[in-house]
Design a protein around this ligand. Structure first.
Ligand SMILES: [Zn+2]
Length: 386
């Protein structure tokens, strides 16, 4: 059987696991661990607190630092309310395209990893090769965050990571971060006829939103002159605003859903500090002057670290050598790459399939893209044995 055929067989197996982010991924993780143990990999399965989700970290080659990580997420977005021509959890092939939920984002890459693993099973690697398959990427890189936190304590750590999110096999060296927050205002209810006797959570939420919109302008003015992102700077967006129960009742509770897409860590720090200080120094004292029990709480819903382009990136050198890419791109979507970079690894994103097909009905990956990915992964041989 050709390696491409083996890859398609693996993809058929993987698509059949309905690993929508809200559901358990344990069966797929066990399957991946079995396939990698078949070729002699040392597997670590790391469960989350709920016990329903797990990350898999599998290693071939010597137990030393500096290895290469191939990273992907096992979860997929839901298919509810989508109109599919075929069963989304049964791979179907037509005209060189392979259809099914996750084929593009990103079980195609994982299938390519499984198909190429036997190449590295001979026990002769001089540099380790790791496979890192995580849970809950689509809901904020939760699995990768937990894994990276674990890895920080490991004695031996990998040196670089290739994240196989769909880039049409283009080399991507940068993406913005994505930080999502919900800020909740707890005021004091009262009769609408005397606003001074209550603390209107909705009115304080509105002032918070107004400050966010000012911050948007401040961040836009800080956009790096050489930025390759569109828009060039860090953005702020208010996605939700809820509160109040009636026209004539002072609102006790209000919530603001907002997000930041920072181009660098400095902007993220500035933005979060600005809003925290505004709450603590301006809004809260005014609320508490009326009602001591007033509160403002901010919950982090998602925190995907950005991937900052850097000059000396071994992962970019290796991948551009293998794919023939001249130059590297930046993209608008977030991945796990920024988390690895924060841990000190060189990281890039390069994987099969077009992000335009991700999350859609009739999601597909082409066999050509899988073949190109296999070629890249086979080419790592030179870097693992040198
Ligand atoms: Zn993805």
């Amino acid at each position: 059987m050709s390696r491409l055929d083996a890859c398609i067989d693996h993809l058929r197996d993987l698509v059949a696991f309905p690993t929508v982010s809200s559901d358990s991924n344990l069966a797929m993780i066990a399957h991946l661990a079995n396939r990698l143990e078949d070729v002699g990999a040392r597997c670590r399965i790391l469960r989350d607190d709920s016990g329903r989700k797990a990350n898999l970290f599998a290693s071939l080659g010597p137990d030393i630092s500096g290895g290469i990580v191939l990273s992907g997420h096992t979860d997929v977005v839901p298919v509810a309310d989508q109109d599919w021509a075929t069963d989304p959890f049964a791979l179907s092939a037509r005209d060189g395209l392979l259809y099914g939920r996750g084929t593009c984002d990103m079980k195609g890459f994982i299938a390519a990893c499984l198909a190429v693993a036997p190449v590295y099973a001979d026990g002769a690697l001089r540099r380790p090769l790791h496979f890192c398959f995580t849970h809950d990427e689509e809901t904020g890189c939760l699995g990768a965050q937990a894994l990276v936190a674990e890895m920080a304590d490991w004695d031996t750590r990998p040196g670089l990571a290739i994240i196989g999110e769909p880039t049409s096999m283009r080399l991507v060296e940068g993406h913005k971060g994505c930080c999502e927050y919900t800020t909740t205002f707890h005021g004091l209810a009262g009769h609408g006829s005397n606003p001074d006797l209550g603390v209107s959570a909705t009115e304080y939420a509105a002032r918070f939103v107004a400050r966010l919109l000012e911050l948007r302008g401040e961040l836009a003015a800080r956009a790096p002159a050489d930025s390759r992102f569109t828009p060039p700077g860090t953005t702020v967006q208010v996605g939700g605003l809820r509160g109040g129960i009636a026209h004539n009742v002072i609102a006790e509770l209000a919530e603001v859903d907002w997000e930041l897409r920072p181009v660098n860590a400095a902007d993220k720090d500035l933005a979060t500090r600005t809003m925290r200080d505004f709450c603590n120094e301006t809004l809260l004292p005014a609320m508490r002057a009326v009602h001591e029990g007033s509160k403002i709480e901010t919950e982090t819903i998602g925190d995907v670290a950005g991937l900052e382009p850097v000059d000396d990136n071994e992962a970019a050198r290796i991948v551009s050598g293998l794919t023939g890419a001249n130059g590297a791109d930046v993209v608008a979507f977030g991945t796990e790459a920024g988390l690895f970079q924060k841990l000190g690894l060189d990281a890039v994103v390069c994987g099969p399939g077009d992000i335009a097909q991700a999350h859609k009905p009739d999601e597909f990956v082409s066999t050509d893209q899988l073949a190109a990915c296999l070629a890249m992964l086979e080419g790592l041989d030179a870097h693992l044995r040198a």
